[in-house]
Write a new protein. Structure first.
Length: 289
């Protein structure tokens, strides 16, 4: 009997990546109205957004995504109360299956959220992305882009879209393949608490000891739960905490550095600037304007 070869039929096929943005907008941000010949996905990571598509107003809540189909006029703005964090991914595709998303809001669940972060992380290794530039029309390649970076972004994006379609069409949950045990549900929350208390001084050994896991087991379950590494998560927690203190308190940069467990102000400033793409002082000016 001969081997049977299955021909791959692509439900979703992305031909071009246009932009990958990870924005930290001011609470009073308002974008220009635009339209273009490619798809755009807007994800509200933190805070709510007010989106407009072809004159229709939609309140995009935290954890939700909205799709703009090609040539649809659209814009967005912050709600004037909170500074939203937003992921925007735009791409070219002629796949008919995408019609399910036309001008639609979807809830982004854990698996899809992990894929979103994978796209952002891969984009950071592939492109030299500026800090919060909504007007960017061409992403400059990094000096040494990651090997296969564009293909990784494309693949992650296609898997993300298929995952969202499954979530939208799988009403009874019959196609769920893997569900994390309940004992793992709060690992990221507990780690976030420990990092908030100990800051930059917290080591992997400290986390493993506090949670009662070996380091290898902790790495494994954390990756499964969040789709990212503990070190990346630690950076995110510290940056978010620093941004909040800079925007909402009158603490000096030195005091914030001490509060977050950094040995020196210069080390904190270097860490913040590398990850936020602006200095602490510049960030405070932007969010106090």
């Amino acid at each position: 009997m001969k081997y049977y070869k299955y021909k791959i039929e692509n439900l979703i096929k992305i031909t071009e990546i246009v932009t990958v943005h990870y924005f930290d907008f001011d609470k009073n941000f308002i974008s220009d109205t635009e339209s273009h010949d490619f798809w755009e996905m807007v994800y509200a990571e933190r805070g709510d957004l007010i989106c407009f598509n072809d004159g229709k107003k939609t309140v995009l809540k935290q954890g939700e995504a909205l799709f703009h189909k090609p040539m649809e006029e659209h814009s967005l703005k912050a709600n004037g109360k909170t500074s939203p964090k937003v992921i925007i991914i735009s791409f070219n595709s002629r796949s008919e299956a995408l019609s399910i998303f036309a001008s639609k809001t979807v809830k982004v669940k854990n698996e899809a959220q992990s894929l979103l972060y994978s796209i952002v992380n891969e984009a950071k290794k592939t492109f030299d992305l500026p800090y919060s530039d909504p007007a960017l029309k061409k992403m400059p390649l990094a000096e040494k882009p990651a090997l296969g970076g564009l293909q990784m972004i494309k693949n992650y994006a296609e898997i993300l879209l298929i995952t969202l379609i499954r979530d939208e069409t799988d009403v009874n949950g019959e196609n769920k393949i893997f569900v994390l045990p309940k004992s793992h549900d709060k690992i990221s929350g507990r780690i976030s608490e420990i990092l908030s208390e100990g800051g930059a001084n917290v080591k992997i050994d400290d986390l493993a000891g506090a949670l009662g896991y070996s380091k290898s087991y902790l790495f494994k379950v954390f990756k499964l739960e969040t789709g990212t590494t503990i070190n990346s998560f630690k950076k995110t927690v510290l940056i978010n905490r620093a941004q909040s203190l800079l925007a909402k308190t009158d603490l000096s940069v030195t005091e914030i550095a001490e509060k977050l467990g950094f040995d020196t102000q210069s080390y904190f400033t270097k860490f913040f600037t590398l990850n936020a793409r602006v200095t602490p002082t510049e960030y405070r000016k932007i969010h106090r304007a």
